[in-house]
Design a protein around this ligand. Structure first.
Ligand code: PBG
Length: 430
């Protein structure tokens, strides 16, 4: 270990500055290192010449015109390369004010100054494994575009669905959630089609599991796609959404989905007590291994508009404010967390996503359970529309929004961008 005091001269002030040198090797005293005078700027360009590497026939790389043996011999002889000279300051534009350095002990920009440093200190990452791809399915053979969601389709369950899943798996997105467009003729006021074991969702799950046994399939548990009233629960004559009776139906729906092979059932209905009841129903049928992702903090939101168009599931009357949460409320989410945790939820979900990052953080800080966030249809459509109109860079905004979910504390993100983002991530790594 060597230690010595060095003298140098500060470029801008011309004042002498003292450095302590502590290193493994004694420093070879050299004018260019130890005493950087303004005139050394003149010799610097020559010192900074970068030589290209030469690749020889035998595949070895020759750097700086010396072989490895020559380098070793040089070191043994004590000819150790010198530190590069302090580079000259690049010119500032004419008119730049001449100021003395601010006396800052901390300059956060130091840790951002190169791509390598920025990558080293990046706190959050995004991987295709964090993404869950929501897919709309229907009985038809064709894939029909959804007007309000450019790039999204109602996929034919037999072909389009299977192809879309294959594309997602190709880029590492191996989790999907299914949303069915149910024919009007199969809807009724008690949503009984929801637990038809040969219905669209159970049938599609069986098909996918047959083809891709390791695919992770999430399902939606709620009555709205099956309800002639377009509500998530059974509607009483006076318009009240019946809680406990709805939960009874939801349990049958969850069991039917589990029996078809669903890995995670996700109640999105916001009835009280449904997580505990579904857990008990699954366990009673031998589905202890099936997880529950509870829509813990699901707000009554206008951001769901395009989704309801996709499934033709708009409520026939009224709104969903007696079961979905008031978007002005924050503390109320804590009550839902406590309920869902004590009832046995495996994953807690926040919905919508980007306007509700504070709620994601609230859940993250108040529960050890995995947190999911749903970037809903309206959020997707806004980014798409901005991109189509060339008002924003769609891909960059998409990737930024997904990273922000992760930063806020989401483990997984349900997003219609899953395939596009997965492709983007795959491209970055190549
Ligand atoms: C209904 C359900 C909705 C969404 C997912 N499940 C709509 C609603 O609550 O009215 C919305 C998803 C989206 O907008 O992307 N159980």
């Amino acid at each position: 270990m060597a230690s010595m005091m060095l003298n140098s001269i500060n470029f801008s002030t011309g004042k002498a500055v003292k450095f302590d040198y502590v290193g493994l090797k004694p420093l070879k005293v050299h004018q260019n290192i130890l005493c950087v005078r303004p005139h050394s700027i003149k010799i610097a360009p020559r010192m900074l010449t970068i030589r290209a590497n030469e690749i020889r026939d035998d595949g070895t790389i020759k750097k700086m015109g010396m072989s490895d043996e020559e380098c070793e011999a040089a070191v043994v002889a004590g000819n150790i390369p010198e530190a590069p000279p302090v580079p000259p300051k690049p010119a500032a534009p004419a008119g730049t004010p001449v100021v003395s350095s601010l006396p800052l002990s901390r300059r956060p920009r130091r840790n951002r100054r190169s791509p390598a440093l920025r990558a080293a200190f990046q706190e959050t990452t995004l991987s295709p494994a964090n993404l869950v791809y929501p897919l709309f399915i229907h009985e038809g053979e064709e894939d029909t575009p959804i007007g309000a969601m450019p790039g999204c389709y109602r996929l034919g369950w037999r072909h389009g669905l299977v192809e879309e899943v294959a594309k997602a798996r190709d880029v590492g997105v191996n989790s999907i959630v299914l949303f069915p467009k149910v024919p009007d003729a199969l809807k009724n006021s008690t949503g009984d089609e929801a637990y038809n074991e040969n219905g669209l969702v159970p049938r599609s799950i069986r098909l996918l599991k047959d083809k891709y046994p390791d695919l992770v399939i999430y399902t939606d548990v709620a009555l709205d796609p099956y309800s002639s009233d377009g509500h998530d629960g059974i509607v009483r004559e006076d318009g009240v959404i019946m809680n406990d009776e709805t939960v009874h139906q939801l349990c049958k729906q969850a069991v039917a989905q589990a029996r078809a092979g669903a890995d995670v059932v996700s109640p999105s209905d916001m009835m009280d007590g449904r997580v505990g009841a579904i857990r008990a129903a699954l366990d009673a049928e031998g589905f202890q291994h099936v997880s529950i992702m509870s829509y813990t903090a699901k707000y009554a939101s206008s951001f769901y508009g395009p989704f309801r168009e996709a499934l033709d599931s708009n409520p026939r009357f009224g709104d969903k404010k007696t079961y979905q949460m008031n978007h002005a409320n924050y503390r109320e989410a804590l009550i839902e967390i406590r309920e869902d945790e004590s009832e046995g939820a495996d994953i807690l979900l926040v919905k919508p996503g980007l306007p509700y990052l504070d709620i994601i953080r609230l859940l993250r800080d108040n529960s050890p359970l995995p947190i999911a966030a749903y970037q809903v249809s309206g959020e997707y459509s806004m980014i798409k529309a901005g991109g189509v109109l060339k008002m924003i860079d769609e891909e960059k905004v998409m990737m930024e929004s997904l990273m922000c979910f992760r930063r806020a504390g989401a483990d997984i993100i349900l997003t219609y961008f899953a395939l596009q983002a997965g492709r983007c991530l795959a491209g970055e790594k190549r």
